[in-house]
Design a protein around this ligand. Structure first.
Ligand SMILES: *Cc1c(COP(=O)(O)O)cnc(C)c1O
Length: 392
C-alpha cells in the first residue's frame, strides 16, 4: 500500500530504507575488505519486524536468534537453518539438537547445553561454539556496566568452567567456535580490542582449532562522529590475525542496533498541554513504552513540527499511558508546543518497534520510506487480536 506522509495517523514508526541500506553496506564492505571469510548476521531481538527480517535475509545476512520462538520466526521469514546463529541462555533441547544437526551455528551458553552434546556422535562439525564469559578486568571502568559483579553469560576461564566446556565440545567436534559478545555502555573500539585479546589468549592457552570467532554485536552504525564499521573490524582483525589464519577461521559479527537503530523515527502528536503550578506538561500519543525499553532515557535526538514560533523555557513531554513516570524527556528553551504539533524522535529503531508491549494502547503502525514511496508494513493491532492472544 502506498500512502502519503501527511495523511498518516500518529503514532507511527518510519524506517528510512536508504539509511538502512547504508548501514548494511558499511558492515558488508568492512568485512569484505578486512576479513572476507566472514558472516554478517543481524540480532533478531533488536528489531524482529518480519518485513525487516525478510529484507535483511534477501541481502545475504544471517539471523542471530536467542530463543526457540526467534528461531522459528527466522525460519518463517525464509532463513535456512544454516543461515541462523543460535545464542542465548534458553535453548530448548529438541531445537538445540535439531538446529545443530541442520547446520545452524550454535553457541553454547550453559552446562545444561553441554549435557545435550553427550548424545551426539563425534563429527568434524564447524558449527558448535562456546560463549566465553570475559573477565571484567580487561575493560575500562567507563566502558562496561558490571565491572564489579562481572557478566552473566557464557563460561569463565578463571573458574575452570571454560576449560571443562572446551573438553566436552572437543569430544563432540574437532574444531570449536568462540563467541564473545559483550554489551558495553560506550560501544568503544577499546572494548573490541580487549575482547579480541582475551579470545587470543584463550586460543593460545588451549591450542584451539577455531572454526569461527563470533565477536557479537554492540557496535555503532550510521551515527556521525562515532566509530565506523571499518574501524571496528580492522582493530578486531589486527589482534586476531596474530593467532588464527583468517582464511580458515571465520569471523562472525551480529550487530543489531548498528543496522537498524539509526534509520528509524517515531512520529508522535501532541494531544494536550497543561499548565500546572510547577510545569508545562505536554501529553503526546507516543510513550516511553515505544522507544525506551529500560524506562531510563532522558534525552533524544528529536525534531519539533509546530505552529508557534515563540520559545518557552521548559516543557515536560509525556506519553499517552496513565503512568505518571511516562515522561519521555524535558526540553528547555525550545519552541512552544500546542495540540496537534508533532514531535519526531530520531534513531529509535533498536529495542523499540517490536519491544514495547501492548499496554493500554497497542503497537504503532510501521512504514517504510523507499525513495519517494511510503509503504505500510505493520498495521495497528486490534482489540480482537489482543483478545485472541490473551485467551485460550
Ligand atoms: C543483543 C545482542 C546482540 C546485538 O546487540 P546490539 O547492541 O543491538 O548490536 C548481538 N549478540 C548478542 C548475543 C546479543 O545478546
Amino acid at each position: 500500500m502506498v500512502v502519503n506522509l501527511d495523511g498518516l495517523t500518529t503514532p507511527y514508526f518510519i524506517i528510512y530504507q536508504d539509511k538502512l541500506d547504508k548501514n548494511i553496506e558499511d558492515y558488508k564492505t568492512a568485512l569484505i575488505n578486512e576479513w572476507p571469510n566472514s558472516q554478517l548476521s543481524f540480532s533478531v531481538k533488536t528489531n524482529s519486524l518480519p518485513w525487516l527480517l525478510e529484507y535483511i535475509r534477501d541481502k545475504g545476512i544471517f539471523a542471530e536468534v536467542v530463543s526457540k520462538e526467534e528461531y522459528l520466526l527466522a525460519k518463517r521469514c525464509g532463513y535456512k537453518d544454516n543461515e541462523i546463529i543460535f545464542n542465548g541462555p534458553i535453548k530448548n533441547k529438541d531445537i538445540f539438537l535439531d538446529s545443530l544437526t541442520m547446520g545452524a551455528t550454535v553457541n553454547i551458553d550453559s552446562k545444561e547445553e553441554l549435557n545435550f552434546l553427550f548424545g551426539l556422535n563425534e563429527q568434524s562439525r564447524n558449527n558448535i561454539g562456546i560463549r566465553i564469559n570475559p573477565n571484567p578486568d580487561i575493560f575500562e571502568e567507563k566502558d562496561i556496566a558490571y565491572k564489579n559483579d562481572g557478566f552473566r553469560f557464557g563460561f569463565s576461564e578463571e573458574t575452570g568452567e571454560l576449560n571443562r566446556a572446551i573438553s566436552i565440545v572437543r569430544g563432540a567436534s574437532d574444531s570449536v567456535g568462540l563467541h564473545i559478545h559483550c554489551n558495553s555502555i560506550t560501544r568503544s573500539k577499546e572494548v573490541y580490542i580487549a575482547l579480541a585479546n582475551y579470545a587470543k589468549k584463550i586460543i593460545k592457552k588451549y591450542d584451539l582449532k577455531v572454526s569461527y570467532i563470533d565477536i557479537g554485536g554492540g557496535f555503532f552504525g550510521g551515527i556521525p562522529g562515532k566509530t565506523t564499521a571499518r574501524e571496528y573490524i580492522s582493530v578486531i582483525k589486527n589482534v586476531l590475525s596474530k593467532v588464527v589464519d583468517i582464511n580458515v577461521t571465520k569471523l562472525i559479527i551480529e550487530p543489531g542496533s548498528a543496522i537498524i537503530g539509526s534509520c528509524v523515527d517515531l512520529v508522535t502528536k501532541v494531544i494536550d498541554v497543561k499548565e500546572t503550578c510547577r510545569s508545562r506538561i505536554v501529553t503526546t500519543d507516543g510513550s516511553r513504552i515505544h522507544i525506551d525499553p529500560l524506562w531510563a532515557k532522558k534525552s533524544y535526538v528529536y525534531t519539533l513540527e509546530n505552529k508557534s514560533d515563540s520559545n518557552i523555557t521548559k516543557q515536560i513531554i509525556c506519553g499517552y499511558t496513565c503512568m505518571d513516570h511516562d515522561r519521555l524527556m524535558t526540553i528547555y528553551n525550545d519552541k512552544k508546543l500546542e495540540c496537534g504539533d508533532k514531535i519526531i524522535y530520531h534513531r529509535v529503531g533498536a529495542y523499540s518497534v517490536t519491544f514495547g508491549g501492548m499496554f493500554i494502547s497497542y503497537y504503532p503502525d510501521v512504514y517504510i520510506k523507499k525513495s519517494e514511496n511510503i509503504e505500510k508494513v505493520r498495521g495497528k493491532i486490534s482489540v480482537d487480536d489482543f483478545y485472541n492472544i490473551h485467551s485460550l
